[in-house]
Design a binder for this molecule. Structure first.
Ligand SMILES: Nc1ncnc2[nH]cnc12
Ligand SMILES: [Zn+2]
Length: 349
C-alpha cells in the first residue's frame, strides 16, 4: 500500500489526494504506544506496573489533564538511551507520514529526562538524528521544540534553555507545557527572554485547563508567537478580537480536549466557532498514543462531529502552513501542496 494513501475513510472522501497536513502540536512522549513501552521496558530492564499492553491501554481513561500527566510521565521511565529516543521519534514520523503529515514540529519534555539522570546531549541526539532523516526516510520535514515544564521552577527552565543553546542542538524553539494551574507565566520570563535573544522561536500551552487570562499572559510576558490550545480564549471576546487582529496561531487539539475532559464531546468543541470567528486555528493530535487518534483520525472525527465544510478544512490546512516555522522555500512548497489538493478536490473546495 502507498504510505501516502488515506488511512481513514473521511480523508479519502474529501480527496483525490490526501489532505496535506502540518502538525504543530505533538508531544513525542505522547506517541509512545503501549507496544513500544513494553519493548523498551524489556530492552532496558524496566519493571512495568501493568500486566500487558491491554492492561496499559485500559488505563487511558483520564479524569483530567493531571491524571493523564501522571501516566504519561510514569511511562517515560522506559526511555533510557539515545537509541530509545531515536526509535520513538522514528515511529512517530512513520505514522505521521501515513496520516498525510508533510511537516511536523514536535515537542520534547527534555527536563523530564534530565531530571531522571539522562544526559541532555544524548536525549537530543537521539531525537534530532531521527528528525534529520525525516525527509529522505519519510518524505516529510520536521523540527524540534524543547518544552519547559510549568510545574517545575522557572529557574530550572532557564537552565534548560541555556543548556540547549550551549549544546548547539538543532532546535527550532522553546515551548512550555504541563499543568497551567500552578505557576505564573512571569516565572518563565527569563527562560523565554534568553530563547528570544538567541533567535529561538517561542510557543506555550495556555487556555487549555487555565483561563483566558493565561493566554494573554503568555503573549504579553513570554512574547510567544503561537499559543498551544488557547480554546478558553473563547471565554473573553476582547481577547478573541486581539488574537484575530494580531493573527496569533492557536494549535488546537480537539480530541485531546475531549479525552482530558476540558470539553464534553467533540460535537461541543469550539473549533468551528473559532474558525468562524476568524481565529488562526490549526488542528493537531497532542498525545496520539494516549488519546487514540493520530492527525488523520483527529481531522476525520472532528470533521464529522462538527460538520466542517470544505472551507473549514482549507482554512485549517492553510493556517498550519502559514503558522509553521519554516523558511520561505519550504512554505512555498507546502502552499503549493495545499493548492494542488484543493484543486484535485474539484468543486468541494
Ligand atoms: N495536553 C497537554 N497539556 C499540557 N501538557 C502536556 N504534556 C503533554 N500533553 C500535554
Ligand atoms: Zn500539548
Amino acid at each position: 500500500m502507498d504510505a501516502r494513501r488515506p488511512v481513514s475513510p473521511r480523508a479519502a472522501i474529501l480527496d483525490g489526494m490526501q489532505m496535506p497536513v502540518v502538525e504543530l502540536h505533538l508531544h513525542l512522549e505522547g506517541t509512545l504506544e503501549p507496544e513500544l513501552v513494553f519493548s523498551l521496558a524489556e530492552r532496558n530492564g524496566v519493571d512495568l506496573p501493568y500486566a500487558d499492553v491491554d492492561d496499559l491501554r485500559s488505563r487511558f481513561a483520564f479524569a483530567d489533564l493531571q491524571s493523564f500527566l501522571e501516566l504519561y510521565n510514569a511511562n517515560m521511565a522506559v526511555l533510557r538511551t539515545g537509541a530509545d529516543f531515536h526509535e520513538m521519534t522514528d515511529a512517530y514520523l512513520s505514522r505521521a507520514a501515513a496520516a498525510g503529515v508533510r511537516h511536523a514540529e514536535v515537542f520534547l519534555d527534555l527536563q523530564a529526562h534530565t531530571g531522571r539522570g539522562l544526559r541532555a546531549a544524548e536525549v537530543l541526539d537521539g531525537v534530532t538524528s531521527a528528525l534529520a532523516a525525516s525527509r529522505e526516510k519519510h518524505d516529510l520535514t520536521s523540527g524540534l521544540i524543547v518544552t519547559v515544564l510549568r510545574h517545575l521552577p522557572g529557574r530550572e527552565a532557564l537552565e534548560t534553555v541555556r543548556e540547549v543553546i550551549d549544546l548547539g542542538a538543532p532546535v527550532l524553539g522553546i515551548g512550555m507545557c504541563s499543568t497551567e494551574l500552578t505557576a505564573h507565566a512571569a516565572d518563565f520570563a527569563p527562560a523565554f527572554q534568553l530563547a528570544r535573544a538567541h533567535g529561538l522561536r517561542r510557543t506555550a500551552h495556555a487556555g487549555e485547563e487555565g483561563p483566558a487570562q493565561n493566554v494573554a499572559d503568555v503573549l504579553d510576558i513570554l512574547r510567544v508567537e503561537r499559543v498551544d490550545h488557547g480554546v478558553r480564549a473563547m471565554e473573553d471576546p476582547d481577547l478573541v478580537r486581539r488574537l484575530v487582529d494580531e493573527r496569533v496561531p492557536l494549535t488546537v487539539c480537539p480530541v485531546s480536549n475531549v479525552r482530558l475532559k476540558g470539553v464534553e464531546t467533540l460535537a461541543d468543541h469550539p473549533l468551528r466557532r473559532m474558525l468562524d470567528a476568524g481565529l488562526v486555528v490549526t488542528i493537531n493530535s497532542d498525545d496520539p498514543a494516549y488519546f487514540g487518534a493520530y492527525l488523520d483520525e483527529v481531522v476525520d472525527r472532528t470533521t464529522e462531529a462538527l460538520d466542517l465544510g470544505p472551507h473549514h478544512l482549507r482554512a485549517l490546512a492553510r493556517n498550519a502552513v502559514e503558522s509553521a516555522w519554516v523558511d520561505d522555500a519550504r512554505r512555498n512548497e507546502l502552499r503549493a501542496e495545499v493548492d494542488a489538493w484543493r484543486s484535485s478536490s474539484g468543486s468541494l473546495m
